[in-house]
Design a protein around this ligand. Structure first.
Ligand SMILES: Cc1ncc(COP(=O)(O)O)c(C=O)c1O
Length: 433
């Protein structure tokens, strides 16, 4: 066997967290980290939500969270940004990528994105169980652009759209801005409640289902293969397209099933992914795999919006992937996040009242804490902020903010902050019981 193939294979095992490279000694099998925390007990009582009126808070929340992130003294459990890549590496990679792109950097490019990068992304997706070809891929300005292209393609003002509740606040703001009507189907510990989904597909005939199947934002839940099959089956029954947002893909430290798109025989699913969570959000490089019939329409929509994604940032991502830095960085990121998650789970058990429950995610950066009914969530968040602990107020993630008391906590905060931050929060929550 070729030596490079062996090195490549070790690189994959390392990125998956199965082996560890020790300088000068070789590769060693990683010990499986056993999480001793109590299992996920997520089972809130919740109705389907069909909000009335508006909920336009995403814009302000976004500014507030950027502001909090730039404040050196805060413990930020709200922002889910990965630990930064090494700056020296980034500088070297950026320089190399510019010389690779050469003269082309001074020109316009094709809307679907650079072929080299698309081929590299295809390799990543194949490892995740999704067989696609470079021709099926469109490089986008972050997954947010993919989301916007898909939503605007399928949904007209007044149309019904199904989302999980809670869900990513960005999709709620986008749908509201478009004048769509939202149906929030409750999340269970296993994913969207499929019985309710079936009922509302039948009664409201929505134009789109938006789902975050893997490492869901905000709950951290990953659905299993049976759930994915059933969701797809229901969508097929009602010919309802699915937008599968896999923004946190690759950040799993336990195996996760292939995406719903991999099961899609009837061209119903559009899949979106991103390098924002594994490399840097500032690069604005994401990608989408669209059904054959919509590919051209989505490509033209992108073309009319921005011609193409920056060739400079595409080149940087491509060089990260080619050089092996991406794999090493991902492996490092996952091991940091796994440690952080375990520190946070332990701190929650130590400092939070027993009447609270939380999810135990298989990766990503968020877990979801459900508080006892009746506690004043807004006041708790404000008191925490005064002590410089910023949390994601659960209400933000529900259509119409119709929420039970809950918080989204990011464990991408530095480990030394996690215990202190959770202790501070726990004391505040306990003061209301
Ligand atoms: C679920 C989800 N989808 C999409 C996005 C947007 O990511 P991007 O930076 O790739 O546009 C985010 C960002 O937080 C997210 O959490």
């Amino acid at each position: 066997m070729n030596k490079l193939t062996v090195i490549e294979a070790y690189g994959i095992l390392e990125a998956d967290g199965l082996v560890e490279a020790r300088q000068g000694s070789g590769y060693f099998v990683n010990k499986i980290q056993i999480c001793t925390a109590k299992p996920c007990t997520f089972a809130p009582a919740q109705q389907v939500i069909i909000p009335e009126g508006s909920n336009p808070t995403f814009f302000e929340t976004y500014y507030a969270s950027i502001d909090a992130h730039n404040h050196p003294d805060t413990i930020n459990f709200h922002f889910g940004v990965p630990a930064p890549a090494d700056l020296d590496d980034l500088q070297k990679i950026a320089r190399r990528s510019l010389s690779n792109i050469g003269e082309n950097v001074f020109n316009y490019d094709i809307p679907e994105g650079q072929l080299t990068l698309r081929k590299q992304i295809v390799q990543i997706l194949i490892q995740r169980g999704l067989e696609v070809s470079p021709e099926q891929l469109i490089i986008t300005n972050g997954s947010k652009q993919g989301m916007s292209l898909v939503v605007n393609h399928y949904v007209q003002p007044g149309d019904w759209v199904i989302v999980e509740s809670p869900t990513y606040v960005g999709i709620l703001a986008m749908l509201e801005n478009l004048g769509a009507r939202v149906i929030g189907i409750p999340m269970t510990g296993a994913g969207m409640n499929l019985e309710l989904l079936s009922q509302y597909l039948h009664s409201h005939r929505p134009r789109l289902i938006y789902t975050i199947s893997t490492l869901h934002n905000p709950t951290g839940i990953t659905t299993n293969e049976a759930h994915r099959r059933e969701l797809l089956h229901l969508a097929q029954q009602y010919s309802c397209p699915i937008l599968e947002d896999n923004a946190y893909e690759g950040l799993n430290f336990e195996p996760v099933p292939p995406p719903i798109k991999a099961l899609d025989q009837n061209n119903l699913v559009t899949y979106i992914g991103t390098f924002s969570k594994t490399l840097m959000p500032g690069l604005r490089v994401g990608y989408m795999v669209a059904p054959q019939e919509t590919h051209q329409a989505l490509l033209e929509r992108k073309f009319f919006s921005d011609f193409h994604t920056s060739t400079v940032t595409q080149g940087i991502v491509s060089e990260y992937l080619a050089s092996g830095h991406y794999r090493r960085h991902l492996s490092h990121l996952k091991s940091v996040h796994l440690d952080n998650r375990n520190i946070m789970l332990k701190a929650l058990e130590t400092y939070f009242p027993v009447t609270c429950s939380w999810t135990v995610p298989k990766g990503g950066v968020f877990l979801w804490v459900t508080l006892p009914e009746g506690v004043p969530l807004q006041e708790i968040c404000q008191r925490a902020a005064k002590k410089r602990v910023i949390v994601g107020n659960g209400a933000l993630f529900f259509p119409g903010k119709q929420s039970y008391p809950a918080m989204r906590l990011s464990f991408s905060a530095p480990p030394e902050d996690i215990e202190y931050g959770i202790m501070t929060l726990g004391e505040i929550v306990k003061s209301y019981l």
